[in-house]
Design a protein. Structure first.
Length: 267
């Protein structure tokens, strides 16, 4: 019975399993959104068929919901690292890349895809640098699932898990197998998931948008802006509240029911 349940969980979550029992989740597109929301959403957030981009939307594993997180260069985290290897070589990771056990990559529950982190084994001081391209591990206290190559470099593969410290080094814009440290140093100091808005109104007349903007110019610590847009060959003035530091914060704001029909915009 237990083995059957485990097999079902692996099929449902479609991720990677190590000998130590961690999972890397690949969210499956499912939730549909109104065409107006799709028209306003940046292309890297929504797919053309109306499905929220798999690497950007929140997901639930074992009853817990996870959200991609805003991080900055220099942020650090501690926990235990595990790894995954041959059984998953060539299979799809959460961002659609083929898992390469010899590349310097890793899975993390909430770091934005392509975040580059330095991983330090607290037991022996060994270090490696990896790029996040997968989700997991979903085991309490474990914060990262390393590729085989990365695990071998710092000695995690021999024990299965090890205490580590992660330090955010930057954000690699490509899925190249090697990490360009020079480009990384010149890149943004904060992850690209740093602009979250909540749309609170949409108007054909600028006066209506301006009235709403002035009314909610400063609302519960958030500020209103007007976006001049076009939808179905019609000019629309959208009013957005800005200042949310994460999708979770924006979702929490919407759940309080301040504005009926409001929704999240990410830029």
């Amino acid at each position: 019975m237990i083995k059957a349940l485990l097999a079902l969980l692996i099929i449902l979550f479609g991720g990677c399993t190590t000998n130590s029992g961690s999972y890397s989740y690949q969210p499956k597109p499912s939730q549909k959104y109104p065409s107006e929301q799709l028209a306003m959403a940046p292309s890297n957030v929504y797919k053309k068929n109306g499905e929220l981009h798999a690497t950007m939307r929140p997901y639930t594993v074992f009853g817990k919901e996870y959200y991609p997180t805003v991080v900055r260069v220099g942020d650090s985290f501690s926990g235990r690292a595990s790894w995954y290897g041959p059984d998953f070589h060539g299979k799809s990771t959460s961002n659609g890349e083929a898992y390469d056990m010899y590349a310097m990559t890793a899975a993390h529950k909430t770091l934005p895809m392509n975040t580059v982190v330095r991983v330090t084994n607290s037991e022996n001081g060994s270090q490696t640098v990896v790029r996040i391209n997968d989700r997991g591990p979903f085991v309490e206290s474990r914060i990262i699932d390393l590729s085989y190559a990365a695990a071998e470099k710092i000695g995690v593969n021999k024990k299965g898990t090890a205490p580590v410290t992660l330090e955010v080094l930057g954000f690699e814009p490509t899925s190249a197998r090697t990490i360009d440290m020079g480009r990384l140093a010149k890149g943004p100091q904060q992850s690209v998931l740093n602009a979250f808005f909540v749309q609170i109104g949409s108007y054909e007349r600028f006066e209506g948008a301006m009235s709403t903007k002035q009314k909610y110019a400063s609302y519960n610590g958030y500020s209103a802006i007007i976006k001049d847009t076009e939808y179905n060959n019609k000019r629309l003035f959208r009013v957005w509240l800005g200042g949310f530091k994460s999708e979770a914060e924006a979702r929490d704001f919407i759940s309080r029911g301040y504005f009926q029909g409001s929704f999240i915009i990410r830029e």
